[in-house]
Design a protein around this ligand. Structure first.
Ligand code: FAD
Length: 452
């Protein structure tokens, strides 16, 4: 069946205004936040229900038309970009909160509900949804499909740790539940290559009573790493966040925003790195007690000082400055690229200097922040030399992903594979994925060109 005929068939289940072709396809549907090329789909279909998703997949499956699912398009690796054309299936309009059970502490939502709306709904019910992967306007479907993490994964885990149940439409249009079949759990983190998530039930938890953010500046990375290890090993702290901040990054993004917030110099000496630690407890007094215990051990940590953020304004400022690490890259330099990976803690000592030296050799300024404990590291490389950047950034990515594999890290990291990391997947990883793919989507219509 020709695409035009296929789309006409779809009009029996979808309002025609939700089928876009030609110039009606906005540029937004051709890319996400990955700085790669744009790919124009043949059509964009905006789904309104599980039934319409099923009808689209069934028809596309029968006709071998590729389907690339899209949430909010905030992905960093080109996951929702239709590299093989076909249909982009947007689930962003499926944005209803279906139920919130305060007693059972669960929330059931359609996939297009934004992370910020899930958090707000939980908050209104006096509950808490912990995963916090930086971008609040991402959809829950996107979070589930990339198994999004973020700084508090060290204490609370990633999105997969909160998915209790989900409705999944498979490539042939059949509808199943993730909880029906353990193999279906493979769908979490599979970036729209195995099925379309059309409903999710998430676990909520009790809201922490009180919290405070502590900043620990250090002379160098090694001392900061050792201190992070001590803080993580001490059971009484159970920190929600242990972020390792490179002073080069703090300074760079502070210059862009005009508000550095994090320390760059102390007593005339340059800070090498800072730890940003969030402590939580039942109430303010209990948080204060934790801070006192940590302050008593400050000498062992070898920090230059301890700066406390316990007011709502200070905490907001710290997090705004943290978010700016990411957003300041493109405005602060003419060219930028990012390597996001998971590293074993022991490998930090080797990979951080490796990345910095590699950057110097290639004429790139390399800066990083890391979610210590859960292992997620964001390496940013920037340059103002537009001519040299394509070759230099390629050499940087090639060497970094090879190094990460060599030290036993995971290149999938928090951002997933998309098409940006496809070339760096090992043959073993591709073969393992091909076996799962064959079970879910034997024709290969879902998000083709990814993980192959
Ligand atoms: C400033 C910034 C900071 C970020 N920081 C982090 C971070 O710290 N940690 C982190 O993990 N991520 C981070 N991200 C990346 C991004 O926000 C996440 O990947 C997010 O989960 C993507 O959600 P989305 O709705 O935008 O999905 P999209 O980008 O639309 O899609 C992402 C992938 O999921 C698939 N998909 C989307 N919806 C569905 C569905 N319903 N069913 C099946 N597959 C689907 C798509 O096909 C695609 O492969 C950041 C992004 C930005 C812009």
């Amino acid at each position: 069946m020709e695409l035009t005929a296929l789309l006409q068939n779809l009009q029996s289940v979808l309002d025609p205004k939700n089928i876009l072709t030609g110039d009606d396809i906005g540029a937004d549907f051709t890319h996400d936040e990955y700085p790669g090329e744009s790919f124009i789909p043949d059509a964009v279909v905006r789904a309104a229900s599980t039934e319409t998703v099923a009808a689209v997949l069934k028809l596309c499956g029968e006709n071998g038309v590729p389907v690339t699912v899209r949430g909010a398009g905030t992905g960093q690796m080109g996951g929702s970009v239709p590299v093989k054309g076909g249909v982009v299936l947007s689930v962003k309009d499926m944005n209803q909160i279906l139920a919130l059970d305060e007693e059972a502490k669960t929330i059931t939502v359609q996939p297009g509900v934004l992370l910020q709306d899930v958090k707000a709904a939980a908050d209104r019910a006096g509950l808490y949804y912990p995963p916090d992967p930086g971008e609040q306007t991402a959809t829950i479907g996107g979070n589930v499909s990339t198994n999004a993490g973020g700084p508090c994964a060290v204490k609370y885990g990633k999105t997969k740790d909160y998915v209790l149940d989900a409705v999944l439409v498979k490539a042939d249009g059949s509808v199943c539940r993730l909880s029906d079949d353990e193999a279906n759990a493979a769908v979490i983190g599979s970036e729209g290559t195995l099925g379309v998530v059309t409903e999710v039930t998430l676990r909520l938890i009790e809201k922490p009573g009180a919290d405070a953010i502590l900043l620990f500046p250090f002379l160098d990375f090694d001392t900061a790493r050792n201190a992070a290890q001590q803080i993580l090993a001490a059971e009484e702290y159970s920190p929600a966040v242990v972020e390792l901040l490179d002073t080069d990054l703090v300074e760079f993004s502070g210059n862009v925003t005009g508000n550095p917030v994090f320390p760059v110099e102390m007593d005339g000496e340059r800070v090498g790195a800072t730890l940003m630690v969030t402590l939580e407890a039942d109430d303010d007094d209990a948080v204060m007690e934790l801070m006192e215990i940590i302050a008593e051990g400050a000498e062992d940590l070898e920090c230059l000082d301890i700066l406390v953020g316990d007011s709502p304004t200070m905490k907001r400022d710290f997090w705004a400055a943290h978010t700016a690490f990411h957003t300041s890259m493109e405005s602060g330099a003419k060219c930028a690229c990012e390597v996001n990976v998971d590293l074993p803690f022991e490998a930090f000592a080797e990979v951080i200097p490796f990345a910095k030296e590699l950057g110097e050799e290639l004429g790139l300024k390399v800066m990083l922040n890391a979610h210590v404990g859960s292992g997620g590291v964001h390496f940013h490389a920037v340059s103002d030399d537009k001519d040299a950047f394509p070759a230099a950034s390629k050499a940087f990515l090639d060497a970094m992903y090879a190094k990460v594999a060599e030290v036993g890290g995971d290149i999938v990291g928090e951002y997933g594979v998309g098409y940006g990391k496809n070339a760096y997947l090992t043959d073993e990883a591709k073969a393992a994925f091909a076996a799962v793919k064959a079970a879910f989507d034997p024709q290969g219509i879902l998000n083709p060109g990814k993980r192959v």
